[in-house]
Design a protein around this ligand. Sequence first.
Ligand SMILES: [Zn+2]
Ligand SMILES: [Zn+2]
Length: 176
Amino acid sequence: MLVDSKGCCCGGGMNFFAESDGKRLGWHEYFMSVAHLIARRATCTRGHVGAVIVRENNILSTGYNGAPSGLPHCNDSNCRIYKTTHPDGTLEENCVNTIHAEINAIAQAAKHGVSIKDSDIYITASPCIHCLKVLINVGIKTIYYAQPYKMEHIAELVRLSGIHLVQVTVESNQPE
Ligand SMILES: [Zn+2]
Ligand SMILES: [Zn+2]
């Protein structure tokens, strides 16, 4: 294992994860930093999102957005876009090839028989309304998100469901 001059195994290329003032990462920053790292595995060119499901400071499952296992990844030419119109009249575009990061994290937990009831999730972007409905039903208590994404579409469902929605930002110079 390579160890840099500060005794860290991460090396210079991973400064994104080190606090510039040398302070220890808090739990929120820790899990959101992991979510940002996971987002770098995402394959749909329309957006890179990472998700981490956590309970009692343990990571239970992770996911990023992309095509189902074994299917071709998205690229500039094969994203298949569908449009939906929300009740307020706003138009949303999504890629039909792609499973969202939150759903992939839930699928990974289901595949391996990991209970995620009463857990929290860290996502690099706030969930779309479709993912939010699933997060409510699997028993997620708090959604921590970094970037707001069309919050107006989920505001009513958040209010009615009682699920907690909290923004957490970390220092990141990584393109999403
Ligand atoms: Zn795509
Ligand atoms: Zn979604």
